[in-house]
Design a protein around this ligand. Structure first.
Ligand SMILES: [Mg+2]
Length: 301
């Protein structure tokens, strides 16, 4: 397998001799060890394992219960779990798979077999990760797609309501996009969409989220930011868009965009903060289009 750095494996077992044996075998991986469930949960975020080798009999928690917890938590559900246990009853094997286990190895284990199983689990973890990321990416612009937005809203809504922390949502739409397509052709339109997406992505922070919302419409979420701060980001995007030169088959093309922005502090803190903000931002975008385009609208009047 071709990795830039060694992929991360976590070994969770209360028997120190077992942990050290595994650590010595798994030389192709970055190995993080934990001797209890508590220790595992304390270190899991820093270790970011793709595979966990999990002992079933731990002092503080049963391995199956841990697996259940991991598989029902969105942050950890893609981790592939290999149970490692001295228990050999076949019901235990079934139980392991039922609780989200990927594989099952009985102690005492054969080193070659264990390595092969870890490698197989790792390969699957990488494949699944790639597949999942492709499902949420718009192939033309390489920004997130609408499906990702649905997922993001589902996971972030309750957090936003609980934390009451401000965040802003912006809707951006390329002006007169239809005439670009009509006059210069759809491949040129695609070129402009890609250029616009590249400029947007270049101005965002790591935790801002840019989504291709529809044809030439883009949505950006700015976690922790007011709409005033979001405006300054959009103004930088606007400067870049207007000063950029876009050539399509020797023809210079120019474009602009209109945007509407809203933030969480402006709305009633309802159960659907994202939907309300998207509607509000969209409404302002609509007004901006009517007021002559190429502008950023942050108020209703
Ligand atoms: Mg044990």
């Amino acid at each position: 397998m071709d990795y830039q750095e060694k992929p991360s494996v976590m070994v969770v077992d209360d028997e120190a001799s077992n942990v050290f044996l595994l650590k010595n075998i798994l030389t192709d991986y970055t190995v993080t060890c934990a001797f209890s469930a508590k220790e595992m949960f304390e270190n899991i975020d820093a270790a970011a394992p793709k595979v966990i080798i999990l002992d079933v009999m731990l002092p503080d928690q049963n391995g199956f219960d841990i697996a259940k917890k991991l598989s029902s938590d969105k942050r950890y559900s893609s981790i592939h779990i290999i149970f490692l246990t001295a228990k050999t009853e076949s019901t235990d094997v079934v139980s392991g798979f039922k609780h989200g286990g990927y594989d099952y190895i009985k102690k005492p284990f054969d080193e070659i077999e264990l390595l092969a199983r870890v490698e197989a689990a790792m390969k699957r973890a990488f494949e699944r990760e790639k597949l999942e990321s492709e499902v949420f990416i718009d192939p033309l612009t390489e920004l997130y797609n609408r499906r990702y937005l649905t997922d993001y809203i589902r996971s972030e809504s309750s957090r936003a309501l609980r934390s009451k922390e401000n965040f802003a949502v912006a809707m951006l739409d390329i002006d007169h996009f239809k005439s670009i397509n009509d006059n210069l052709g759809h491949p040129c339109g695609d070129h402009i969409l890609r250029e616009f997406a590249r400029i947007i992505a270049g101005e965002l922070r790591e935790y801002d989220v840019a989504i291709r919302y529809g044809g030439e419409e883009f949505l950006v979420v700015f976690p922790g930011e007011s709409k005033i701060n979001a405006v300054s980001v959009l103004e930088r995007i606007q400067d870049k868009v207007l000063s950029g030169s876009y050539i399509w088959e020797d023809t210079p093309v120019s474009f602009s965009f209109t945007a509407g922005i809203a933030d969480f502090m402006e709305i009633d803190h309802t159960s659907m903060p994202f939907e309300d903000l998207i509607n509000k931002a969209d409404h302002r975008l609509y007004h901006g289009k009517h007021d002559g385009r190429n502008c950023i609208v942050i108020n209703d009047d």
